[in-house]
Design a binder for this molecule. Structure first.
Ligand SMILES: [Fe+2]
Length: 368
């Protein structure tokens, strides 16, 4: 195995780093993109205004699983305001939305134009400075944006180097107030990124070490972060796991577990990370059954063996109080709904050929 590791975002990381935000942002007028709740709880607008001494205009209210119409509205706002920079402060949805808004604001078009490839950003949009308040999507360091598109009845993603944020400002102290269910959901999203990037067809020795490092950190710290939200070491560990997973999957992408999660989240509202984690165990067993390389090492990073990984993960998820069966969340579409949603590029990214029968088997394993 060989390969490159590419990276498009500068990272500033550290507990309390937000206190020196002024040193981490360039001078100039800013549009601040915010979500609905975390920004208010953390008083982020006030903190940004303390450190940015030029004009700050606010676009707020980006919803979870951001809608394409919100992205297009935000793009119109940025285009009208013509700032020097865009600051995205919030969870993955806020950052995903702000990255996409910045491209449309600069280069025109609609969300679907870019997702369906009728338009491609010739270069970056407005420079985005990302301040994550949750450690889940790693959106602050990836070239991905996932948007809910009601016309297509699904969540759809754009992957393009033009949407790498300029800088990620990662302060784990912002995550101490994250409620338990969100700590579980975002932690499982990180785990899914780490595990799926490990078995991606495009994994390399470089990305695999980041994947394994992320899984080890989550095994060590996620349960503590869940049980004791203010535990600094645990929150730092989970934030680092998010960076490591982001470095891996921003290079080689996610696979079938993410693809299957999108219609599940669209139909039931199950949080993204929980929806992805549902199929990690069955997919792991599928790969072990096909003698895929390195699965023992992956299991061992989780403190398991090839034979026990699925059960150990199930116990881990149960301890985090997240669903482990489709029947618990009222997903009634079954494998047909998942297959009909189009698994697209995710299948090409997988380390083995996957058939519709394989997808049915995976769904069947979590369906009863
Ligand atoms: Fe994800």
């Amino acid at each position: 195995m060989k390969g490159d590791l590419r990276f498009g975002t500068d990272i500033s990381y550290g507990w309390g780093i937000l206190d020196r935000l002024g040193d981490l942002l360039p001078e100039g007028d800013a549009v601040l993109v915010l979500g609905r709740s975390s920004a208010k709880v953390l008083d982020l607008e006030k903190k940004v205004r303390e450190h940015v001494h030029s004009r700050v205009e606010v676009f707020s209210g980006v919803e979870p699983n951001p809608l394409s119409i919100t992205v297009e509205k935000g793009a119109g706002f940025i285009k009208e305001t013509r700032p020097d920079l865009v600051i995205a402060a919030g969870g993955g949805s806020v950052m995903d939305a702000a990255k996409f808004m910045s491209v449309i604001a600069r280069h025109g078009g609609t969300v679907l134009d870019y997702i369906e490839g009728t338009r491609s950003p010739p270069d970056s949009g407005y420079p985005v400075y990302a301040i994550p308040t949750t450690p889940g999507t790693s959106s602050e360091i990836t070239p991905f944006s996932v948007v809910t598109v009601p016309e297509r009845s699904n969540k759809l993603g754009l992957r393009h180097p033009a949407i790498y944020p300029k800088r990620a400002i990662i302060d784990p102290s912002l995550t101490v107030l994250l409620p338990k269910d969100q700590t579980a959901a975002t932690g499982l999203d990180i785990l899914s990124h780490a595990v799926e990037s490990y078995w991606s067809k495009n994994a390399t020795p470089l990305t695999r070490e980041f994947s394994l490092g992320s899984v080890r950190l989550l095994r060590k710290h996620l349960m503590n972060a869940y049980e004791h939200g203010t535990d600094r070491e645990a929150r730092e560990g989970v934030s680092l796991a998010s960076i490591f997973a982001g470095m891996a999957f921003s290079n080689n992408g996610t696979t079938i577990c993410h693809a299957i999660s999108y219609p599940i989240t669209f139909d039931t509202g199950l949080p993204h990370g929980m929806a992805c984690a549902l199929t990690l165990g069955p997919t792991f067993d599928l790969l072990v059954g096909r003698d895929v390389d390195g699965m023992g090492e992956l299991a061992s990073s989780f403190g398991s063996t090839e034979g026990s990984f699925r059960e150990d993960l199930l116990s881990f998820m149960t301890a985090l109080n997240v669903p482990t069966r489709l029947s618990q969340i009222g997903f009634t579409g079954g494998a047909q709904r998942v297959i009909a949603s189009g698994l697209g590029n995710f299948l090409h990214n997988f380390t083995i050929e996957v058939t519709e029968d394989d997808v049915m088997r995976i769904i069947d394993m979590i369906g009863r």
